[in-house]
Design a binder for this molecule. Structure first.
Ligand SMILES: *Cc1c(COP(=O)(O)O)cnc(C)c1O
Length: 184
């Protein structure tokens, strides 16, 4: 991953599926009662994590054309925002410029960009992780790479964010990936 994306290893966290990486993200960065913003509709697992970890979800409806209402999402005072890009199941993508503008307007929040389907068309926000400390990009081997059975998911972001995920992993299940997945 490091050589493929040109990102140093300390900025990469690899876990047992992106579902696990997302779950650890909730556990690492969102405290009980803190707010996390995401649109409706989006990936349905976010609500499950919020309920499990007792994080308050702030759900912002999509606009009439099914695009995200980024303006309203920016205005909510919250710990974090989760954006699926392209969104699922609408398939509508935000441009890198829209993501960057959102990051600029939300520097006080952690912005998680779930890019499960990014390889099917839009540009990844991975190239912005050096510029924005508040950006965590999450991807998976399950969709475009057709390797769902290997359960490999990963996150890229600044060293502190990646270390936050590692701390959770070490306390939750230090050996999340099997040895075959570790060879890929
Ligand atoms: C499929 C999917 C995931 C989870 O994929 P894993 O198989 O757990 O890596 C996460 N987010 C979105 C938006 C998905 O569609």
């Amino acid at each position: 991953l490091s050589s493929f994306y040109g990102v140093s290893k300390e900025k990469i966290y690899v876990g047992n599926s992106s579902d696990e990486v997302l779950s650890f993200t909730w556990l690492a960065f969102f405290g009980r009662g803190e707010k996390v913003v995401y649109p409706d509709i989006t990936y349905s697992f976010y609500t499950v994590y919020s309920q499990l970890y007792e994080v308050e979800e702030c759900i912002v409806s999509l606009k009439d054309d099914y695009t995200m209402d980024l303006e309203t999402m920016s205005k909510i005072p919250a710990k974090a925002v989760v954006i699926t890009n392209p969104n699922a199941p609408t398939g509508i993508a935000l441009t890198l410029e829209e993501i960057e503008n959102f990051l600029k307007n939300n520097q006080d929040k952690l912005v998680v960009v779930d890019e499960a389907y990014v390889d099917f068309g839009n540009e990844s926000a991975i190239k912005l992780i050096d510029k924005y400390d508040n950006l965590l990009v999450v991807q998976t081997f399950s969709k475009s790479r057709s390797l769902a059975g290997l359960r490999i998911g990963f996150a890229m972001g600044n060293k502190e964010l990646i270390n936050g995920l590692k701390v959770i992993k070490d306390q939750f299940n230090p050996y999340t990936l099997d040895s075959i997945s570790n060879l890929v």
